[in-house]
Design a protein around this ligand. Structure first.
Ligand code: PEP
Ligand code: MN
Length: 369
């Protein structure tokens, strides 16, 4: 059961004291409090566990400071919507707000290689008014002999370049808990010129110990990729590990499924799940057309398959697009064949804007009914 308290409730008020006194007196129920920071208000949610079946919804609603009461299913306790249409979604990080209503594009390098390429990428994004990018420093590779990423060594100059070009959030995968510390040290050393969204890759979706470590830190939000060979329900449960450890600022990324039916794409594109994840959970939803499609193939209409897949996700209401670009795809150390080229960057953003506008019109039409 979740008690959603009135907005901006004062923790030292008499009414709040009465509420905690009542909760403390009930020995069959334990509780924890989570603050959900929205743009205009802080909502405190009280999670009750134990013998909650015995509690009356009406009585709990009558307690001081309680605005609403939600009976949760066992799954996705913190991140789930539990049938509540109006639950607050999203969070603000380093001045950028992410929610189930917003849209941000994280175009960038799959893997950081040279300072020249990183600088060219970031300066091009700045020219287009962008504040977010993707930059991989730790790469989980199928083949142990493949390039594994520059690791901590590249972090200081990547962060400094981000600061130089006004990039506020970098999506960066971590594959081991020590990487969180390395990122924090490099941010500290460079004076926090940017923010980092910690990415969990599809190969680590069910690496529960990594999820617990990332969930225990509350500084950075998390971009969580669905597992490419497990059910959606299993992936959503894995995302809940982050929230259950204390970090509910999670974005759920669709990135295609391993399935021979997906051929000739690298994976079977799963962007029809965008509205499904929004219905089941409060997480903003990301699409990754690059790792889904996996090529620069072009349809007879002149558009690359990556553009088409992006449009399909955005028109269905995606909140974030993670997409690979590279100044010289032939020289990229990871995933060059799927990278878009710099002279396609503004075209890509224009194409996303068309789909976004169509989505907003579709949403308006639905709300008028
Ligand atoms: C990536 O985004 O660079 C990546 C490795 O993605 P995934 O975990 O989805 O394969
Ligand atoms: Mn990649």
């Amino acid at each position: 059961m979740i008690l959603i308290l009135e907005p901006n409730v004062e923790r030292d008020s008499e009414r709040f004291n009465q509420l905690t006194k009542y909760l403390d007196s009930n020995e069959r129920v334990e509780y924890s409090m989570h603050d959900v920071h929205g743009t205009e208000q802080v909502l405190t949610e009280v999670y009750l566990i134990g013998d909650t079946a015995a509690l009356s919804m009406d009585y709990m609603k009558s307690l001081p400071c309680v605005d609403r009461v939600v009976r949760v299913q066992e799954s996705y306790r913190v991140l789930g919507r539990h049938g509540e249409k109006d639950r607050q979604t999203g969070f603000t990080y380093n001045g950028v707000t992410f929610s189930q209503d917003s849209l941000h594009v994280f175009a960038g390098l799959c893997a950081v290689d040279t300072p020249e390429h990183v600088e060219l990428m970031m300066s091009s994004l700045k020219d287009l008014g962008q504040e977010c990018t993707r930059m991989g420093a730790y790469k989980p590779r199928t083949n142990p002999y493949s390039f594994q990423g520059h690791g901590s060594e590249c972090l200081p100059w990547v962060f400094e370049l981000a600061g130089k070009y006004g990039i506020k959030v970098i999506a960066m995968e971590v594959t081991h808990e020590s990487h969180i510390e390395e990122i924090n040290e490099a941010l500290e050393q460079t004076g926090h010129p940017t923010g980092v969204m910690l990415q969990i890759g599809t190969r680590n979706t069910q690496n529960f110990e990594l999820l617990k470590s990332v969930g225990r830190q509350k500084t950075h939000p998390v971009l969580f990729k669905r597992g490419f060979g497990i059910t959606l329900n299993e992936s959503l449960n894995a995302a809940e590990y982050l929230a259950s450890e204390g970090n509910p600022n999670v974005i759920f990324a669709l990135r295609g499924m391993k399935n021979q039916g997906g051929d000739p794409h690298r994976n079977m594109v799963d962007f029809t799940h965008v509205p499904v994840v929004k219905r089941l959970t409060r997480m903003p939803v990301c699409i990754d057309p690059s790792h889904s499609v996996g090529s620069r193939d072009r349809a007879p209409d002149g558009m690359l398959d990556v553009f088409h897949a992006t449009a399909q996700g955005v028109i269905a209401g995606a909140n974030l697009v993670l997409v690979d670009f590279h100044p010289a795809p032939a020289k990229a150390l990871v995933d060059g064949p799927q990278a878009l080229k710099m002279d396609e960057l503004s075209w890509f953003f224009e194409d996303v804007a068309i789909s976004r506008e169509a989505y907003l019109k579709r949403r308006q039409r639905a709300s008028d009914r």
